[in-house]
Design a protein. Structure first.
Length: 470
């Protein structure tokens, strides 16, 4: 492993007066940045995140079953350079940001996966310094899971499903959160692109054709289940002792030409039920599902050309579909709120990963988007009835809830939308100037923190921005 560090900026002042002035500015938590037409955010913040030194475990993707990762504390405006593009949500633990990256964006766009190196990094949430950075021989696409000072991440990318790209760089790594040293690692059959989940010390990690059950502390593989499905970006949703996720067909290799959704009992590490979506053309292997009062919410594509998105509610106990929401039909019968005509952003990246976004749930309302349809749907989790539709343009990310009344979502071109979650009206649109994929913002008291495909970790004080400040 290669370690890398970021040098601290020094302050050189001629007089004691200037030193005292700097101390006062730091204490006040002031930052200097610009959000003009190109949204140039300062790359060296004065202060980052002022919250408790959180040591609570993060056991699954986006922290909870609703995909509303939130923490107490306040954030200032900052932008930190990372070791590569960040597709996953960062994790906050022990006073630091933990991020995984998937390599240089230019190399990814060119499809040169054989020279991609991912990283896992620990960054001080106080001053932005890189505390440690580990480099890996392949993409790191999963959100860091953390329990008791142990970080777990998956390695690999879906280009390796092609026989000519298969390699030995797929696996799962456990790292010491303090110094980044490897505690254990295993080589898996194919890439691990989904964020694993942990129940009672057992890690569940879907990979190519295999579901792994691993002792979180030792790395011992306790059991594997064959699923004969090669490709999944659907991170397991852990509800009690049950994990839910989807997996799907690839056009490479001797795999099943179907799409499936699984319910796994973590008590005996076996299937509770599994649904075959033979009518699907994809998508269910991309959606990280969410949950509300007995209903698992996920989605799939009815066509194989990345169109005709359908969101569904599934009974968590029986696996039976309760309702279905076809986005095309819904958009034809619902007025779509369109704010894009007044924006002048450019599409900055041709690199895509998910066909459909993860699902976010808040108080009985679910929110879902899709890359190619580009409209954010708000709908009732019990009936599937649409409440409103907002046109975001191409978007693979899910929104998060800010201040209990706004949704914050970043589109693929890098436009941050702040939306009234009750009626779907636009509150504020900010062009960050940085392409983005599926890194959901972490919500804090006054703003958000998220990663970008240009390899930056960004924090925004939304309270200040929405009140007209900078």
């Amino acid at each position: 492993m290669r370690k890398a560090g970021m040098k601290h900026r020094g302050w050189y002042n001629a007089t004691f007066f200037y030193l005292i002035l700097i101390i006062v500015i730091l204490a006040a938590g002031l930052t200097f940045y610009g959000l003009g037409s190109t949204s140039q955010i300062s790359h060296r913040p004065v202060a980052l995140y002022s919250g408790a030194l959180y040591n609570s475990a993060v056991l699954q993707y986006d922290q909870n079953i609703y995909h509303t990762y939130s923490l107490e504390g306040n954030v200032s405006n900052f932008s930190i350079i990372l070791g590569g593009a960040e597709i996953s949500t960062p994790t906050i633990y022990d006073g630091s940001f933990f991020v995984s990256t998937m390599g240089n964006l230019t190399i990814l766009q060119e499809g040169r996966y054989n020279i991609v190196n991912g990283t896992v990094e620990r960054i001080s949430a106080t001053n932005g310094s890189i505390e440690w950075s580990d480099t890996f021989p392949d993409q790191m696409m999963t959100q860091p899971i953390v329990i008791s000072n142990e970080i777990v991440v998956g390695m690999g990318n879906n280009a390796e499903v092609k026989p000519q790209n298969l390699n030995m760089n797929d696996g799962i790594f456990a790292l010491n959160a303090t110094d980044g040293k490897v505690i254990w690692n295993i080589t898996t059959i194919g890439p691990v692109m989904t964020t694993p989940a942990v129940y009672n010390g057992v890690l569940i990690a879907p990979a190519t054709s295999v579901i792994y059950f691993i002792n979180y502390t030792t790395g011992n593989v306790l059991k594997t289940l064959r699923i004969n499905i090669p490709d999944t970006l659907s991170s397991p949703l852990l509800v009690g002792h049950t994990a839910f996720f989807g997996a799907g067909e690839s056009s490479y290799g001797p795999y099943s030409p179907d799409y499936w959704f699984y319910s796994v009992n973590m008590l005996n590490e076996s299937f509770a039920w599994k649904d075959n979506f033979s009518i699907a053309g994809g998508g269910i292997n991309d959606v990280s599902p969410s949950f509300w009062e007995g209903t698992v919410i996920t989605g799939y594509l009815r066509d194989s050309n990345y169109t005709n998105q359908t969101i569904i509610g599934i009974n968590a106990t029986t696996g039976k579909e309760i309702w279905g929401l076809n986005e095309i039909a819904a958009a034809e019968n619902t007025s779509v709120i369109d704010a894009n005509s007044s924006l002048s952003y450019v599409y900055r990246s041709n690199f895509t990963e998910n066909t459909m976004s993860p699902i976010t749930v808040w108080n009985g309302t679910a929110f879902a988007n899709s890359n190619f349809f580009g409209e954010l749907f708000a709908f009732n989790t019990t009936t599937g009835q649409v409440k409103w539709i907002f046109n975001t343009g191409p978007c693979e990310a899910s929104p998060n809830v800010v201040e209990g009344r706004y949704l914050a979502i970043v589109s693929d071109p890098g436009v941050l939308y702040i939306i009234n979650m009750n009626n779907g009206t636009l509150v504020k649109a900010i062009d960050t100037g940085m392409p983005h994929l599926s890194s959901e913002p972490i919500a804090v008291n006054n703003g958000i923190i998220f990663g970008t495909m240009t390899g930056r970790l960004v924090g925004l004080n939304l309270t200040s921005i929405l009140s007209g400040g900078k």
